[in-house]
Design a protein around this ligand. Structure first.
Ligand code: ATP
Length: 335
């Protein structure tokens, strides 16, 4: 393992009966960085995390975490990691404070240390006011913050976050992102699984995209975006005007799709900076009146569609219904 690598795996494989959960995954997370593991439901993300956190044995391959082999040195691995899992087992009937103190005690802290750590973490995660409420009464966002706090009681240098913001409202997600960034600024190494491209984009230094237990793409967020064509431009005209296609041509990076009524034009663009204003000006100068110009960041669906040629599995039904990246727009080849 390279010396600056805190999480490293080669050829990890896992089968459940006939189901191949992992078909040979490689990954490498340098100290103090975040790897985002991106993929739809069933891609194999949780299985990878379960192996790396010593909860499941691999059928093949090797992995080291914090310098220790996840199979041969599982107790040492466990002492160096914090885990926030989708099925985290905190006690619903205990208060936030009691849960954290209990975890501290179970992790071998003395009572006074466990209490001090619980107090610090509740403060850090803005849960001090809710410290004495039972967990059952927490909102989804509060619950996720407590899950994360629970994973940090022992100051682990390596942290695994399994879909930390799935199901949270936008405000709670952004709050969680801030907390995660602070942890990494303090030197923690983090593996984050997510179904959201924007989350991986916001947080991760590098991203791997997993589908059917394999890594189908790897790189930084800008590298992946370049691969999938960056943002998508959507222009709605006041009324249909064929000249709009020629006017948009220099700004786009691929074919322009035109809706049946000719008013809505969509195309991939490489960079979004200042583009909307420039495009409105260009259309103005051509005498074309615009109702709306929008730039959409690519979604996980876009990533999957471009990388695999098919929509992400659980969204396939939507795509068949004409929603999403394989929708039924008329495509006009620009070049
Ligand atoms: P999700 O976002 O839904 O958690 P995931 O990317 O984490 O998805 P995994 O949970 O790792 O995916 O599942 C990968 C595949 O392995 C799926 O087909 C899943 O049904 C299967 N699988 C996972 N755990 C088990 C198990 N304990 N027994 C049988 N099959 C399993």
């Amino acid at each position: 393992m390279p010396t600056d690598s805190m999480i490293q795996a080669e050829g990890l494989k896992k089968r459940y009966g006939e189901t191949v959960a992992l078909a040979g995954i490689d990954l490498d997370v340098p100290t103090g960085s975040i790897l985002g593991m991106l993929g739809p439901n069933g891609a194999g993300k949780t299985t990878a995390v379960r192996i790396l956190t010593t909860l499941t044995l691999p059928d093949g391959g090797h992995a080291r975490v914090a310098g220790y082999d996840v199979v041969a040195q599982a107790p040492q691995v466990r002492r160096n990691i914090g885990v926030t899992a989708q099925d985290a087992t905190l006690d619903e009937m205990l208060t936030g404070w009691q849960n954290l103190v209990m975890i501290g005690r179970l992790s071998g802290l003395r009572r006074i240390e466990a209490r001090a750590r619980a107090r610090d973490l509740l403060g850090q995660f803005e849960l001090a006011d809710a410290a004495d409420r039972i967990l059952k009464s927490y909102s989804g966002g509060m619950r996720r913050r407590l899950d994360l706090a629970a994973g940090l009681v022992t100051h682990p240098p390596v942290l695994f976050l399994d879909e930390p913001t799935t199901g949270l409202d936008p405000t709670s997600r952004v709050r969680m992102w801030g907390i995660i960034r602070e942890l990494v600024a303090d030197g923690v190494t983090l593996l984050l699984t997510t179904q959201y491209l924007d989350e991986a984009d916001e947080l991760a230094d590098r991203i791997i995209v997993v589908d059917h237990g394999r890594v189908i793409a790897a790189g930084t967020a800008p590298e992946l975006k370049t691969k999938i064509g960056g943002a998508r431009l959507e222009v709605t005209l006041n009324s249909a005007d064929p000249a709009a296609i020629g006017t948009l041509g220099p700004f786009v990076d691929g074919a322009i799709q035109v809706s049946h009524d000719g008013r809505r034009l969509r195309a991939p663009v490489r960079s979004g900076d200042g583009l909307a204003t420039t495009i409105v000006r260009a259309l103005d100068q051509a005498g074309i009146t615009v109702d709306d110009v929008a730039l959409h960041q690519p979604s996980l669906d876009d990533v999957f569609f471009v990388l695999t040629g098919h929509p992400a599995p659980e969204r396939a039904a939507d795509a068949r219904a004409g929603i999403g990246p394989s929708g039924s727009e008329t495509e006009v080849a620009l070049r």
